[in-house]
Design a protein around this ligand. Structure first.
Ligand code: PRP
Ligand code: ZN
Ligand code: MG
Length: 218
């Protein structure tokens, strides 16, 4: 397999909340993926599809640039990156909230208490527009990962991060406060696919399978 085989290229999160569920979706589409372990590109055994395993944060831009034709990513990352891509399907899994969280020992009753605070996040764009909409003057501390340790390191007062099970917060002695954004996994596509008959028909074929897999889940 190589990058010039004409296969549709699908970008998936390499290692994270969406990885297993996305591979399961492909399985329920009867698309058979070889064991990937450390490889970053794998080709389906029984379908013209190459899977690119990437950091989720990079997926919107790779799809926008056409490095991948399509991708599965959380709406959180998609809207944070402001990538110009088509959202083709909402996939109904990977549901989580982007929420403010505070140390367990503290309280936050009203949003106005955020004024003058430092909030650590990997979602500066979404957080800043939320703060602006609510007329809050807080400092956004941008951190690319392990945001939940920022309060105990004294880097920030609060955090704004994704919460799914809530285990990460609990382990770090934090508790959920206000929700900012609800997210789920979506299938995104490069805008030029519409003008590429070959890619377009490959995507349409895949969508037939995805739609019947999603319907069967309901
Ligand atoms: C998110 C978030 C937390 C974790 C929360 O990370 O940053 O680390 O999930 O989930 P929980 O409430 O179930 O513990 P994500 O899976 O998006 O990985 P990434 O930050 O490496 O992209
Ligand atoms: Zn990420
Ligand atoms: Mg994380």
């Amino acid at each position: 397999d190589n990058m010039l085989n004409g296969n549709l290229k699908l970008a998936l999160q390499k290692n994270g909340r969406l990885t297993e569920k996305s591979l399961n979706l492909l399985k329920s589409c009867d698309i058979d993926i070889e064991e990937y372990s450390a490889r970053l590109i794998v080709t389906a055994r029984n379908y013209n599809l190459d899977i690119l395993l990437l950091r989720d944060d990079d997926i919107p831009e790779y799809v926008m640039d056409g490095v991948a034709d399509i991708g599965i990513v959380g709406e959180d990352v998609l809207y944070e990156k402001k990538a110009n891509v088509d959202v083709v399907r909402k996939l109904g899994y990977g549901k989580c909230k982007l929420s403010l969280a505070i140390p367990e020992s503290q309280t936050l009753e009203d949003l106005s208490e955020l004024n003058g605070k430092r909030i650590a996040t990997s979602f500066p764009n979404i957080l800043k527009s939320y703060l602006t909409q609510n007329n809050i003057n807080a400092t956004v501390v941008e951190i690319s990962g392990s945001v939940e340790i920022a309060p105990s390191l004294g880097v920030a007062d609060y955090i704004c991060d994704l919460v799914s099970t809530g285990n990460t917060l609990k382990f770090n002695k934090l508790k959920k406060s206000f929700d900012i954004f609800s997210s789920q996994a979506v299938l995104i596509a490069n805008k030029n696919i519409e003008n590429d008959p070959d890619k377009k028909s490959q995507l349409d074929n895949l969508l037939v399978r995805i739609d019947s897999a999603l319907t069967a889940r309901k």
